[in-house]
Design a binder for this molecule. Structure first.
Ligand SMILES: Cc1cc2nc3c(=O)[nH]c(=O)nc-3n(C[C@H](O)[C@H](O)[C@H](O)COP(=O)(O)OP(=O)(O)OC[C@H]3O[C@@H](n4cnc5c(N)ncnc54)[C@H](O)[C@@H]3O)c2cc1C
Length: 398
């Protein structure tokens, strides 16, 4: 049997690390593609064509999972304001970790490495300081490494495991544990509502650009969801080694605008097979965009979907730490369609933008994005002249 990547092709690869973890011959290494996404590279001398990678690849083998026909939905937030304010949404991840740490357990989540590339790491209850680093969304693809293999080891040692990741990462983990036929009663999975991951190449050139723009300062911290201006404004904060900070709302920052408008996502993210019901995790967490007015709070509100019995078990335990308000499923998905629908229109210039970033740097990307934004504004003006005038007046008078 051919390796999974030769069956699906690079454009459909999720970069989920399923095949990398599953290969019993160490024939697969993960590399960054020329578009800036993790892809497997198969060493044909080591590959025996055993086909195990096909069993674990979520594109080829749909994970077999036990989920409620319709998730139970909540608006939720941590009762601890410090946790809530320092998390991306309502601080649900940290509270889940605190709950699982009441047992002999391990938590898997994502931290920045020294180059500001996200990496999946493990934390035990004696390493609570790692939770602070896992906290917060990193809106670029994470290096999963051999985390799924480590999860299996933890489970075989009788530990409880909480694993948080994008829907495709949870799908790969589900396939991996199913393939090994191990007891998964102690495995708790949480998938994020995910609008896709942008290119690591564009990300790298953006960081170089910001560092230069700020007078060749060295970046020491990146926070995509700084809440000093509130939760719903989505603000990026980059800190430098001399104490200086760059702070910008997503709409005024070119990388974030490009991410929000899906300019340079992984190809498969434009047709995500896992942004749908049934969700891959026992729980799904995200921002509660469109939260009912009476629950809106600029400290941050999460949407939580309970997808399975194990998810329900976690929710019961969360009640002492988390405010949970039941909402209709339809209300939870109304302004967050990515919960149920994985399709986006792929911009014609996507590949060109990534190539420009690689060859010319982020300044050249900005020029392209400016032109695109201007074109959009002109089209909007032509189609909705009254609304455009109203928006302009609102901006001038504000
Ligand atoms: C790439 C990406 C796209 C997203 N898109 C949406 C969206 O369109 N709509 C929406 O409602 N929510 C989206 N989210 C989820 C949202 O940003 C928050 O991560 C989520 O609501 C959890 O917030 P929190 O306050 O509970 O905890 P936080 O402490 O903010 O938790 C962050 C959690 O995300 C994990 N994580 C961070 N970066 C990554 C990464 N690169 N890959 C995998 N896991 C990661 C961490 O391990 C941690 O468990 C996205 C997240 C990511 C990473």
């Amino acid at each position: 049997m051919k390796p999974a990547i030769d069956v699906i092709g690079v454009q459909k690869c999720l970069g989920c690390f399923g095949c990398f973890n599953a290969c019993p011959y160490g024939a697969i290494e993960m590399v960054i593609s020329e578009e800036g996404f993790y892809i497997p590279r198969v060493n044909k001398n080591k590959c025996t064509n055993c086909g195990i990678c096909q069993k674990v690849c979520p594109i080829i083998s749909t994970p077999s999972i036990d989920r409620f026909p319709k998730p139970i939905a909540y608006a939720a937030w941590s009762k601890n304001n410090k946790i809530r304010l320092t998390s991306s949404s309502g601080g649900i991840f940290s509270e889940l970790a605190n709950i699982i740490f009441e047992y002999d357990s391990v938590v898997y989540g994502v931290v920045w490495d020294e180059r500001f590339h996200p990496v999946h790491v493990e934390a035990t209850k004696d390493e609570k300081e790692i939770l602070e680093k896992i906290k917060g969304s990193k809106y670029v693809p994470s290096y999963v490494g051999d985390a799924y293999k480590k999860v299996v080891k933890n489970l075989s040692e009788g530990k409880k495991v909480l694993f948080v990741g994008t829907p495709c990462q949870i799908a790969a983990l589900n396939n991996f544990v199913n393939h090994l036929k191990i007891d998964k009663s102690n495995l708790y999975t949480v998938d994020l509502v995910c609008s896709g991951v942008p290119s690591l190449i564009v990300w790298k050139t953006y960081l170089e650009y910001i560092s230069k723009k700020m007078g060749e300062r060295n970046i020491v911290s990146v926070k995509f969801r700084d809440k000093s201006d509130g939760w719903s404004h989505r603000t990026i904060r980059i800190e430098f080694d001399d104490g200086y900070s760059y702070i910008s709302p997503f709409l005024k920052d070119w990388f974030c605008w490009g991410f929000l408008s899906n300019q340079y996502l992984n190809s498969i993210c434009y047709n995500c097979p896992f942004s749908k019901i049934p969700r891959q995790g026992d729980l799904t967490i995200g921002d509660f965009w469109g939260v009912p007015k009476k629950l809106h709070d600029e400290k941050g509100v999460s949407v939580v979907l309970v997808n399975s019995k194990k998810g329900k078990e976690l929710i019961e335990k969360m009640k002492k730490r988390v405010e949970l308000v039941p909402v209709n499923f339809e209300e939870a998905t109304k302004d967050n369609p990515r919960i149920i629908y994985g399709k986006f229109k792929k911009p014609k210039q996507r590949k060109e933008l990534i190539t420009i970033a690689r060859k010319k740097g982020f300044k050249a990307v900005i020029r392209k994005l400016m032109f695109k934004r201007l074109k959009r504004a002109v089209f909007f003006l032509i189609r909705n002249p009254k609304q455009a005038l109203y928006l302009l007046l609102f901006k001038v008078l504000r």
